[in-house]
Every structure is written in C-alpha cells, then in structure tokens.
Design a protein around this ligand. Structure first.
Ligand code: 13P
Length: 288
C-alpha cells in the first residue's frame, strides 16, 4: 500500500540520512526502482512530473501501475507516490487519482500567492492523510538550451511556508535540474544552514540530485536535507547501457530485438544507479 512520505522523512531527518525520490517514466523505471528499494530494505519516493504523467497516459494509469506492482512484486518497504513540481490544478488531479504525496511548486508566484495556495493544499492533504511538499526559491535548470542558475531561497519566506504545516520543504540553494555547468559555484550551505535554523524539524528537500559531488550531498544531509530528488542520472545510465547494447550489435543477434531483452541493460543500469544513491544517502536498511 502506498504511504504518505511524512513518517519516512521525519525518521530520516531525525536519523540524519535522506530518502531518495527517483522519478519514473515507464514500467521499466518503476519496476527497477521498486525492486531496488526492496533489495536495499530502503524507503523510497517515486516522483512523477506532470510531463511524465502525461506520457504514461495520465495519473490514473500511474496509480494503477504502481499499486499493481506493489502487490505483484510483494513490496513491503514504505513507498510514496509523489507528484513532482505540481501546478495548482495538477495537485488536485493527483489527489483525485490516488497519489500519496504531492508537491505544489508555487515558487514562481509572488510569495503571498504561494502562501495562499499552499495553505489551501495543506488543508486538503491533511484531510486525506497525504504529504505535501512546498517550494521557495526556484530551482534552475536547462530551458530552451539556456541553463538558469538556481536561486537561493529567502530563509524568512521558507519559515512562513514551513509554518503553514507542509510536510517537507524544497528551498533553492543554488541547485539546478539536469547536468551542472562547468562554472557552477556549488550548493550554498550558508543558505541551507539559515533555512534549517529557521525551519527546525522540517525535513528539507534537495532537488537536482544528479551530479552533486558526494561530499556536498553528505554536508547537505548533515544540515537538515532529508529527501533528495534524482531524475537525470537514471536517464543517463539507461541511455548509456541501451546505446552500448545496440552499438555491440546485440539487437541483431538471435531474439536480441525483443523489447524485454533490448530494455534489460537499461533496466539493470537504473537499478545500479538507485542502489548507489541509496547507499550514499544512507537510507539502506531504514525501511522499518
Ligand atoms: P535531476 O534531474 O537533476 O536529478 O533533478 C531531479 C529533480 O529535482 C526532480 O524534481
């Protein structure tokens, strides 16, 4: 059964480790992440962006697929199904479809509007027992070929949003989605420390987990990060393994064109990446 991310993240914050959010794109992704979490005895959060939800034909399909896998694969570790960077309308659609966790990304609204919309969603999620992530300070990334640097959140705005009763808070600390450019200045630990000081027990979320050096990940966890989002890194490992299979001509040998064979190296590559991240984040054997 899907669970809210609340308990797993409160335990992570108290135990000074982080739970990984791994974004899913299709059946292979979902199966690879769930099986790895079970093998590692680790809690896990499956992230679904609005684009990926649409690609998978809609949120109801996603909920059906994930619930089916939890049962058929006999997954017993805590699993949350989480909307990633949800719009206001997207949040309601996922609540309706049966997600167990929601992110409302109001970071592009003026802070008053972010507060008003987040307040409303705190109420709805509390009634239904869902966890809610809010965001302050937008997280950069590549858009139309231009890499925008991540903003650093205002710690007082973070406190204002945390006090509304959200479950976890994503604060921009110079992190960005996708690959980091060569001139990236690194995470702003000054901002993170200030946000943590203002928000206390609140589990903090680090987006853009791909390509952040290990020492920075560890330092971020020591400063209150309890959830780390990883998306691009699984895509890169999947693509690399698939490319090698095809470049080696394996799809042309015997039944190597069978999608169950063709997609297998990529599936194994996602498993290896997820395992590596769970070890780095410290969530192995933290399932109960
Ligand atoms: P990356 O794609 O950089 O790993 O970021 C993932 C993320 O933050 C999803 O919200």
């Amino acid at each position: 059964m899907l669970v809210s991310a609340k308990e797993m993240l409160q335990k992570a914050k108290a135990g000074k480790y982080a739970v990984g959010q791994f974004n899913i794109n299709n059946l292979e992704w979902t199966k690879a992440i769930l099986l790895t979490a079970q093998e590692m005895n680790s809690p896990v959060i499956l992230g679904v962006s609005e684009g990926a939800g649409k690609y998978m034909t809609g949120y109801k399909t996603v909920v059906g697929m994930v619930n089916g896998m939890l049962e058929e694969l006999k997954i017993t570790v805590p699993v949350a199904l989480h909307l990633d960077h949800g719009s206001y309308e997207g949040c309601y659609k996922c609540i309706e479809a049966g997600f167990s966790s929601i992110m409302f990304d109001g970071s592009h609204y003026p802070i008053e509007e972010n507060i008003a919309k987040t307040t409303e969603l705190v109420k709805v999620c509390a009634e239904k027992g869902l966890s809610l992530e809010a965001e302050v300070g937008s997280i950069g990334g590549e858009e139309d070929g231009v890499v925008g640097m991540g903003e650093c959140a205002d710690p007082n705005e973070c406190k204002a949003i945390a006090d509304l009763g959200v479950t976890m808070l994503a604060a921009g600390i110079g992190n960005i989605h996708g690959k980091y450019p060569a001139n990236w200045k690194g995470l702003s630990f000054e901002t993170l420390a200030a946000v943590q000081e203002k928000t206390g027990e609140m589990p903090l979320v680090l987006h853009g987990g791909t390509g952040i050096p290990e020492d920075m990940i560890k330092k971020a966890i020591s400063l209150g990060v309890a959830k780390i989002n990883v998306n691009t890194e699984c895509q890169l490992s999947f693509a690399e393994a698939t490319r090698k299979y095809i470049e080696a001509g394996k799809d042309l040998e015997g039944k190597g064109f069978d999608p169950r064979k063709l997609l297998n190296p990529g599936f194994e590559a996602i498993k290896a990446t997820v395992k590596e991240k769970m070890e780095l984040f410290g969530s192995v054997n933290k399932a109960c």
